[in-house]
Design a binder for this molecule. Structure first.
Ligand SMILES: [Zn+2]
Length: 315
């Protein structure tokens, strides 16, 4: 199976959105007042060439993302997009020989505007969205939460993706997306309550398409939740589950906005597991507690596997 990283322009957000500061409402408001911008980060979608057809995970941003509703403080103060029409997912896929008709399914990790922005190019594809995510993104309440349902294509009528297949490794809920079980959606709540990720079982590696479960591999490994999640415990548990998965088997970890994601995919570079990490992560007692980790003598941590009955490989 081939997996393509499709970069749909760049985005800048606040540092306190990438690594949340404080707790509760204070953490979620910090990106509005934070003066520190991130570097320009990629906004990635991922196309999986499977024998049943291409599955596109997220559709990236659109050129319209450069014009956002000014009444919304987040759009006015906390995010900047840099993208031209030819950088949207549709044209980029065409450039590598994948037409819209080849994309049988589009799976959305969540409905934030840099994930659903390219939907218009895939009007004939089956669109799969978590029902909870669709509900929270819809209507006036969705607009207040920072979604842009008014920009969904008129034909947008996604199928509910209920994660009804039970646990998959350390993930409590899952759903096979292909008959051969090689592509599986798993629940990764936190960034949004119904956020999901997609695992591609590709020979000796699992490819973990993480959406915004974390903004980078580093924050997943260190267990630092973002400044967006309204469910801190769920977000922390999700990062722990991803670490447990990556510790159980070789995993290429691909968040949407990690500048290293595309290189990692091209080099098939697996995420460092506790045993293979060259430099352990220095932590404070509080971050160790947050990680559910045990301190070693030198004040570093050894990440524990999240589940004692955790199999080495999953079906
Ligand atoms: Zn998001």
């Amino acid at each position: 199976m081939r997996v393509h990283a499709i970069q749909t322009g760049r985005v800048q957000i606040k540092a306190s959105q990438i690594v949340g500061r404080g707790h509760g409402l204070k953490r979620r408001l910090a990106p509005l007042i934070d003066a520190e911008w991130s570097a320009w980060l990629p906004t990635l979608a991922y196309a999986i060439e499977h024998r049943d057809g291409v599955i596109l995970v997220d559709t990236g941003a659109s050129a319209a993302s450069k014009r956002l509703p000014r009444w919304h403080p987040y759009f006015r103060l906390s995010v900047r997009f840099d993208i031209e029409p030819e950088q949207e997912a549709g044209p980029q896929l065409r450039a590598i020989g994948i037409g819209a008709a080849d994309v049988k399914r589009v799976v959305l990790t969540h409905l934030h505007i840099d994930h659903d922005g390219g939907l218009a190019a895939f009007r004939k594809s089956e669109i799969l969205v978590s029902p909870g995510e669709l509900a929270i993104a819809s209507g006036i309440a969705g607009r207040i939460r920072g979604y842009l349902p008014q920009r969904w294509p008129k034909t947008f009528d996604p199928k509910p993706l209920a994660l009804a297949d039970g646990p998959y490794g350390p993930f409590a809920r899952s759903r096979r997306l292909t008959a051969d079980g090689a592509i599986v959606a798993v629940a990764t709540p936190g960034h949004t309550r119904d956020h999901l990720s997609v695992i591609v079982e590709d020979g000796d590696r699992a490819i973990f398409i993480a959406g915004d479960a974390s903004y980078s591999e580093a924050t997943m490994l260190t267990g630092q939740i973002d400044g967006v999640s309204d469910a801190e415990a769920a977000a922390l548990a999700t990062l722990g589950a991803i670490r447990a998965f990556a510790a159980s088997r070789s995993t290429i970890y691909l968040p949407t906005h990690d500048p290293e994601s595309a290189n990692r995919l091209a080099a098939r570079r697996a995420t460092p597991t506790p045993a293979s990490r060259a430099r352990p992560v220095a932590t404070t007692p509080s971050s160790r507690a947050a990680l559910g980790s045990s301190p070693s003598d030198d004040g570093t941590i050894k990440l524990r596997r999240g589940c004692s009955s955790f199999p080495d490989r999953f079906p």
